[in-house]
Write a protein that binds this ligand. Structure first.
Ligand SMILES: [Zn+2]
Length: 283
């Protein structure tokens, strides 16, 4: 119980630190280069900069959760949302505090933050066209909507990180996150051969020699031809109870590169005591 609380506290601290670091980086880059990553967008309505900033800012929660083995809870989601809202204000405030007017005085000596923010949002310019050569002029009230769009982008970035944590494979016995142990790849030039392999593999007990032989057959080749099927196997394990999970992903080589076949992805929980480290390893 204490360890669990400690984990959640650790996640909260690391999450806050990453938010602060990202906010400082955005302010710093804006000050040095005049480029505002946070409000960078595609076609006005796609807040790419805010999305990326949100993901980067929430990454502290992600890595700390994996490190401390804390599952994503509603409490974590609430933290991400609150800190996100605060971070946007912090970014605006940081820009306000570091803005120097043309006559050399600090903007923060001349006007209050609320007036600054109002002017800032209303006087933003939209740029469109190739290389941004069409300037719409000052956006006025619409600037508030742009801030809302950025906020949504920021929150979506944070939500994305939360979702990644929720789907991260974890131990079904002790609910700790699984660690990647090893991986290997196999290639099949013939689709029928692949289908046979795919269907028959788990008909053998996972700890058996026929299973190991099938896993070692058809190693990767250097220059696969178009239509080659590749099966990537990854072994994950729980550091606590030694349980292992085998995941397999299938790709086909098209003219433009490898294409995932998601419906052939499978995850197989290995029985207690089975250790596939000697079987799932690069050939
Ligand atoms: Zn476990």
């Amino acid at each position: 119980m204490i360890a669990k609380l400690g984990g959640h506290l650790g996640v909260a601290v690391f999450g806050l630190i990453s938010f602060v670091l990202v906010a400082l980086a955005v302010i710093g880059i804006n000050r040095l280069t005049g480029f505002n990553i946070f409000s960078f967008s595609f076609w006005v309505f796609i807040p790419a900069g805010a999305l990326l900033t949100g993901v980067a800012a929430a990454s502290g929660y992600y890595f700390a959760s994996l490190f401390f083995h804390t599952r994503p809870t509603w409490f974590l989601l609430a933290q991400i949302l609150i800190v996100t809202a605060a971070a946007q204000l912090v970014i605006y405030y940081g820009e306000y505090r570091s803005l120097v007017l043309d006559d050399g005085t600090m903007a923060s000596d001349a006007i209050g933050f609320r007036d600054y923010l109002d002017t800032y949002l209303r006087s933003m310019h939209l740029r469109a066209g190739h290389g941004g050569h069409i300037d719409t002029g000052e956006v006025g009230d619409f600037g508030y909507w742009l801030a809302v769009i950025d906020f949504v982008g920021f929150v979506l970035g944070g939500l994305f990180v939360f979702f990644m944590l929720q789907t991260y494979p974890s131990c079904w016995k002790c609910s700790r996150y699984l660690r990647k142990i090893s991986k290997t790849g196999q290639m099949f030039s013939d689709h029928d051969l692949f289908a046979k392999h795919y269907d028959s593999l788990f008909q053998h007990p996972v700890g058996s020699k026929p299973f190991a032989d099938l896993m070692r057959a058809n190693p990767k080749i250097r220059k696969p031809a178009v239509d080659t099927v590749m099966m990537g196997s990854e072994l994950l394990g729980c550091a606590h109870c030694k349980t292992q999970l085998l995941t397999q992903k299938v790709q086909i080589l098209g003219k433009k590169g490898w294409k995932d076949i998601p419906k052939l992805t499978r995850q197989v929980r290995l029985p207690d005591g089975v250790d596939l480290r000697q079987v799932v390893k690069p050939g």
